[in-house]
Write a protein that binds this ligand. Sequence first.
Ligand code: PLP
Ligand code: COI
Length: 340
Amino acid sequence: MKNINWQDLSFGYYKTDYNVRCHYKDGKWGELEVSDSEYLPIHMSSTCLHYGQEAFEGLKAFRGKDGKVRLFRCEENAKRMQNTADYIMMKAPSSELFSEAVVKAIELNKEYIPPYESGASLYIRPLLIGVGPQMGVAPSKEFLFTVFVSPVGPYFKTGFKPVKVLMEHTDDRAAPHGTGHIKVGGNYAAGMRAGEAAHHKGYAMAIFLDAKEKKYIDECGPANFFGIKDNTYITPSATTILPSITNASIMEIAKDMGLKVERRLIPIEELATFKEAGACGTAAVISPIGSVEDSTSGQVITIGKPDQVGELTEKLYNRLRGIQYGDCEDKFGWNEILEF
Ligand code: PLP
Ligand code: COI
């Protein structure tokens, strides 16, 4: 294992030894290649650079107390990359190719999988880009699929503590019939200005509203939103929201714990009625939200006891992390145990 200060890792890029690549050309995928370069040689007229033909994914592998490495729900990320690729007219790797590339990238960098005690994990970033030259707006005929990995710690420097978020009223992350439901870089570019403004004002992230009416909670920059009250887990449902694999998993766990689960519109006014709330995603895991400030009115909506993690949020977090690290039974069959 590499000599890294695992406990001090935050969520960021960390150079590892290898990445894997696969080219799509002449109507088919080539062989998986291993590279030790951090750079991609691509044509300057590639569609990914000019017309945003790019899709990415994020998933994690965890080292358990038993030393085994568990990969969490890789198949779901493969499917989501296929949905993304279909929508923006790219060729996606099959689930088999996706999984083979992910496992290979982990194996080649297994020295970088953080030890159990550190609470860190290995983040895996599959990337699919259009690399064929086009000048007119048209889909590429060539694609590059790359998988690289990075050991990561908590997404928010506060760790598992309630964060303050800023409600964005001006910028939209995604349009109702746009690309919010798929994982394309353009969504993050659209949300970057609001995200940075929130960071500069001391907030962990921006929370976006529905683009049409500005009445409902949409999602956070890098994560889905949820609220909890009356033994019910409530998360927004909209065409603009990325179907989070973490959120889908938490909903299963919540039902298993006897909570009701609702996916529906959440009006802004409802925020004040939640006893607990959080943001969830692969990078964010579950990040409790202690308060939401309205960027227009300046009103601060506190949720539960703002400095304290809510009881159910903590239970959901412990169960999710427990499954991922192998401390709780994987009753849903979400982990693939990697032997190498
Ligand atoms: N929403 C957005 C905008 C995201 O970028 C992410 C991260 O992938 C999520 C939600 C959470 O999705 P997942 O749990 O599949 O990582
Ligand atoms: C993830 O959680 O995997 C994400 O993609 C979020 C973010 C870092 C963009």
